[in-house]
Ligand binder design. Structure first.
Ligand code: SME
Length: 157
């Protein structure tokens, strides 16, 4: 089966997400395997939105463990006391970092990253996964990303 995601390049961010969301929905709706769906979500987001790195970390006790992603190799495991992802787990809310170099405790997996967003997946009041996205551009993320990325996560969690 051939399956391609297509988002026009000359659109603004909201328009791109609006085109992308229904395509991701049809990509995942007939598949029950979570990892398969997360893998396709990473690819769809990275290659339509041109992010540097898109991936999921799973919360395992007091640590975050790398799961599926698209982009350069990344840190495999770190404490929830560390990094933007750790802050997201502890605060149980999305975190937008306009300039990662100014975020105390930021874990630099890739030197090209300049801004970052982390969205938690909450189950019964506990964060079980986070979606982490890095951009080469400063100030790449805002509330529109939070809105659409949460909608994408709701398709699979
Ligand atoms: N920067 C993240 C670590 C993960 S990498 O960006 C892929 C953080 O500070 O939690």
């Amino acid at each position: 089966m051939a399956f391609e995601i297509y988002v026009e390049e000359n659109l603004n961010k909201n328009e791109k997400y609006a085109q992308l969301l229904p395509q991701i929905k049809s990509l995942v709706e007939n598949e029950t395997d979570l990892i398969a769906n997360l893998a396709n979500i990473c690819a769809a987001l990275k290659y339509t939105m041109n992010f540097l790195w898109v991936g999921f970390y799973r919360v395992e006790g007091e640590e975050l463990v790398l799961s599926v992603f698209q982009g350069p190799v990344a840190c495999t495991r770190f404490s929830i006391q560390k990094g933007v992802c750790g802050a997201c787990v502890r605060q149980k809310q999305p975190i937008i970092v306009p300039n990662v170099h100014l975020f105390e405790g930021h874990i630099a997996c890739n030197h090209q990253s300049n801004s970052e967003i982390v969205i938690p997946v909450l189950k019964n009041g506990t964060v079980s996964w986070v979606l982490d996205i890095d951009s080469e551009h400063f100030d790449c993320f805002d509330e529109a990303d939070v809105f659409f990325l949460q909608k994408i996560l709701e398709l699979v969690f």
